[in-house]
Design a protein around this ligand. Structure first.
Ligand SMILES: N[C@@H](CCC(=O)N[C@@H](CS)C(=O)NCC(=O)O)C(=O)O
Length: 330
């Protein structure tokens, strides 16, 4: 684990000491946009021009992989998968550890993509990344923005008009995202990476308050914002799918399991069973990544065998009205 300083790789763990035991996530720095012809985006959406670099272990990259699948973008946007193990060189493309390798640019280390983009790059080196093979640089490394781009930029090329961020639901999606991001998606990291007892307790308490709220919400309605599945659901899903297998033990988020929540657990299974989603879930990479990449938390790097999540059990959500994914008006 490390970061780039003026284009030089430095092996260094998160500085929680400078932040009173608190893990503070850095803002993504590469923020250009891809858009359809006629939009005011920085770059034009074109088939086979863009490529995703992801880790199958990473919840932020996972959101983007789900959108790529459900928006029918697999033939237009290629993918390279990192090794699940993030050691002193950060993310790598070591095939013997389970990486796909990088056939496009032939890099060994993910940080090389950042220095190809800017030889003097300073900042954390994260996945996911959207690469532009025409301009030969990274377009954007913020998953929340990549979701929005994939939701619309390529529609004319694919004919796929599914809408994960429909106009009429935007205010509600934004509000749910705000709560889920801080308390749950990032909340598990804030609890897991805390190096002070009081900091851990504060974040684990907030995390479970938010999970309780989401469970109540999902007792009343099929999806987070009502009858339609939206990006808010995809964003919660990638944390829930890792929860009982990783965050519960490794990050000490163990007040309850997702399995103990009647509505959250059925909802997790419904999304897992959604056509196209299960193929994006790789439990082997998820478990090997977390348990083998954080020496301060799990120094002997033993990867646990359980739990058996049995995600193919019936989800039991049919009694709540569900209308699938909204379509854009043509
Ligand atoms: N804001 C970014 C965060 C991505 C992120 O933090 N990814 C993690 C993997 S789960 C990473 O690459 N961490 C490496 C590091 O922090 O050095 C996004 O959502 O795209």
């Amino acid at each position: 684990m490390g970061l780039l300083v003026e284009g030089q790789w430095k092996d260094q763990w998160y500085d929680t000491d400078g932040n009173k035991g608190e893990f503070i996530r850095e803002q993504a720095r590469l923020r250009q946009w891809v858009g359809a012809q006629g939009s005011d985006a920085d770059r034009l959406a074109e088939a086979e021009r863009y490529h995703l670099y992801v880790s199958l272990a990473c919840p932020w990259a996972h959101r983007v992989l789900i959108l790529r699948a459900l928006k029918g973008l697999e033939a237009l946007i290629g993918v390279s998968v990192t090794s699940p193990i993030m050691g002193s060189n950060g993310w790598t493309y070591h095939q013997e550890e389970g990486s796909s390798g990088d056939a496009l640019n032939g890099v060994t280390f993910h940080h090389q993509l950042y220095t190809l983009t800017d030889p003097r790059y300073t900042g954390r080196v994260t996945v996911p990344v959207l690469w532009d093979s025409q301009a030969h640089d990274i377009v954007n490394n913020e998953s929340a923005e990549l979701l929005r781009m994939l939701n619309s930029a390529f529609d004319e090329l694919t004919g796929n008009t599914l809408d994960f961020y429909p106009e009429v639901l935007r205010a509600e999606i934004d509000a749910v995202n705000e709560r889920v991001y801080h308390a749950i998606n990032n909340g598990v990291y804030k609890a897991g990476f805390a190096t002070e007892q009081s900091v851990y307790e504060e974040h684990v308490t907030t995390l479970f308050e938010a999970l309780d709220e989401m469970n109540d919400r999902l007792g009343q309605q099929r999806y987070l914002t009502g009858e339609y599945l939206t990006e808010a659901d995809i964003r919660l899903f990638t944390t829930l799918i890792r929860f009982d297998a990783v965050y519960h033990g490794h990050f000490k988020c163990n007040i309850r399991r997702i399995e103990d929540y009647p509505h959250l657990s059925g909802y997790l299974r419904e999304l897992y069973q959604w056509p196209g989603i299960r193929e994006t879930v790789c439990m082997d990479h998820i478990q090997r990544h977390y348990y083998m990449s954080h020496p301060t938390i799990n120094p002997n790097r033993i990867v646990p065998r359980g739990p058996d999540l049995a995600l193919d059990r019936p989800h039991g959500r049919e009694h709540l009205t569900g209308r699938g994914i909204m379509s854009k008006a043509r």
